[in-house]
Design a protein around this ligand. Structure first.
Ligand code: C5P
Length: 205
């Protein structure tokens, strides 16, 4: 099976030296890619800017912005692929990107933003799995999101909980299914959670 995994943040530049982004480290996505490769799958890892080594047996494509990430995903995804969207894709980008650094005096007081494409929602393939990092109402929003984006499952976590979320080596997550079923998992390493995700997806084949 071909797995396409997105990981890390995206950067949305305002000018060549300023961007909008988020604190995603890429650890969770890299762990999913590594575990999928260990299970014998062909793995493409589409990675935003992160400081991580490419896992063994994984083909990595580095990207910067959400639009780059979408293009790269479309380039490797086929009908029979599994797409695991672990990336923390920036939902918005500055409407205009200046070709050179804006001087302080030229900076607008407000920056106009436009919505980025939703990568998971805009592609079709055999199975899609999403992640949802939230700070409130984690489980309530996840099932709806699953249905809207036609996902088989969302891995939901409250990033405000200790040991969960950005940059940590552990995660506290729940599997949420489109019918509203929830499987709560104990706190565990991102590697172990990644293994559980790959095992769960394998049951669908
Ligand atoms: O709707 P929300 O951003 O919470 O959904 C999170 C899921 O959707 C993640 O799996 C993320 O990788 C994916 N996503 C995406 N493209 C976006 C925003 C989110 O693929 N523009």
């Amino acid at each position: 099976m071909r797995f396409v995994v997105t990981a890390g943040p995206t950067r949305e530049f305002l000018d060549p030296v300023r961007f909008l982004s988020n604190p995603s480290s890429g650890k969770m996505g890299f762990a999913v890619a590594e575990e999928a490769a260990k299970s014998g799958h062909e793995v493409f890892l589409v990675a935003g800017p992160v400081n991580l080594k490419t896992p063994k047996g994984v083909k990595r494509i580095d990207v910067t912005s959400a639009r780059d990430m979408l293009k790269a995903v479309k380039g490797v995804l086929d009908r029979d692929s599994v797409l695991v969207g672990v990336a923390a894709v920036a939902d918005f980008r500055p409407k205009v990107k200046a070709a050179r650094k804006l001087h302080k005096g030229e900076m607008p007081e407000t920056i106009e933003l436009v919505r980025n494409p939703d990568i998971l929602a805009s592609v079709k393939c055999r199975h899609k799995v999403g992640f949802a990092a939230e700070t409130d109402r984690v489980l309530e929003s996840a099932a709806g999101k699953c249905r809207r984006k036609r996902l088989g499952m969302i891995v939901a976590n409250d990033v405000t909980r200790p040991g969960a979320g950005f940059g940590t080596d552990t995660n506290l997550a729940s599997f949420v299914f489109p019918d509203g079923n929830v499987e709560r998992l104990p706190i565990m390493s991102k590697r172990r959670l990644a293994r559980k995700i790959v095992e769960r997806i394998s049951k669908w084949f």
